[in-house]
Each structure stands twice: as structure tokens, then as C-alpha cells.
Design a protein around this ligand. Structure first.
Ligand code: 2BA
Length: 146
């Protein structure tokens, strides 16, 4: 049975828990893989959002996707990095949240995803909600119960 307190958390709008877009490392779909690998390596994140020039969410990109694309039979073909576009190697199938969604949907999705991209009514990327933030909120509510 869900307590009143838990329901309050589940029904809470996600907008207060978002890491806003200007703080989120991202690449553009037209960037080449060399630039993307640089961003991933420098920021230290294992996966980051891919946006178009109008800041619309297009996919997710990880270091693994890039290295797989340059994996030859006997060696890693680094020279290909400059020719490969982010668009060609990213994952197009992205689980995302709408800014109007509640914590309940975020909790459902974050079980299988380390972070979720958040878009507004026009489909513009507004930021991310991470597993860390969701766990922190859950912990806060669980302690309040005792
Ligand atoms: P990962 O990069 O695999 O990071 C897993 C966890 O390791 C993060 O969990 C965070 O607790 C820690 N971590 C990794 N890199 C960090 C860094 N540079 N600074 C501080 N902590 C770091 P979450 O915070 O729950 O993030 C989950 C995922 O969300 C990350 O997975 C990453 O893919 C993405 N992410 C988080 N913040 C981001 C940002 N500002 N820009 C782009 N992607 C971000």
C-alpha cells in the first residue's frame, strides 16, 4: 500500500529536480566522432545527450558507441574518427521525460536508465534528471517517514 507521504512524492512535478541544459555536457548530431570523443573523455560522463542545432533531443551517445564504430579486425582505426558523424553511431531510441511529468514516471524509467533527458512542450531539450537526484529524493522521503 502506498502511504500518503509517498504519494505526495510520486505526484510531485519533476521540474524542480532537473539539471538545467546549460550545465549538461552534450554534442550536436552533426559533430564528428573525434569531437564527441573529446567531450566524453574530458567531462568523464559515460553517456551524454545529442541535440540538433535547435536544441531538440536527437539521441544519446556513449564512448562505447564510438569505439565500436572504429574497431577494425586487427586494430582500432582512429583515423576514421574525423569522418564519422555522431548521427551515424548514436542511439536514436531514447527514453525521455516531459517537463510536465511527475516523479512517478521518472522513478519507473530510471530503473533502466542512469539519466533521463527532459523536453518541453515544443520538444526542446531543457535538461536531465539523474538516478542520483531521484535516489536522493527517495531517501529524503523515506527518512521523513520514520
Ligand atoms: P555516468 O557518467 O556513468 O556516471 C555515473 C555516476 O558517477 C553519476 O551518477 C555520478 O554520481 C558519478 N559521476 C560521474 N561523472 C561525474 C562527474 N564528472 N562529476 C560528478 N559526478 C560524476 P548520476 O549523477 O546519477 O548521473 C547519471 C548519468 O547521467 C551519468 O552516468 C551521465 O551519463 C549523465 N550525466 C550526469 N550529469 C551530467 C552532465 N552534467 N552532463 C552530461 N551527462 C550527465
Amino acid at each position: 500500500m502506498i502511504s500518503t507521504n509517498n504519494r505526495a512524492l510520486l505526484d510531485m512535478p519533476i521540474k524542480d529536480f532537473i539539471i538545467s541544459s546549460e550545465k549538461v555536457a552534450h554534442v550536436q548530431s552533426g559533430n564528428n566522432a573525434e569531437h564527441a570523443l573529446l567531450v566524453l573523455t574530458k567531462t568523464g560522463y559515460s553517456s551524454i545527450p545529442v541535440l540538433d542545432v535547435k536544441y531538440r533531443l536527437k539521441g544519446l551517445l556513449s564512448t562505447k558507441m564510438i569505439t565500436e564504430s572504429i574497431l577494425g579486425l586487427e586494430r582500432i582505426e582512429y583515423e576514421k574518427l574525423a569522418e564519422i558523424r555522431v548521427d551515424d553511431v548514436m542511439n536514436h531510441d531514447v527514453a525521455y521525460l516531459k517537463i510536465t511529468d511527475t516523479f512517478r514516471r521518472a522513478l519507473d524509467l530510471v530503473i533502466n536508465h542512469a539519466f533521463l533527458c527532459v523536453i518541453d512542450e515544443e520538444g526542446t531539450f531543457v535538461g536531465i534528471m539523474t538516478r542520483r537526484i531521484i535516489l536522493k529524493q527517495l531517501k529524503k522521503y523515506m527518512y521523513q517517514q520514520n
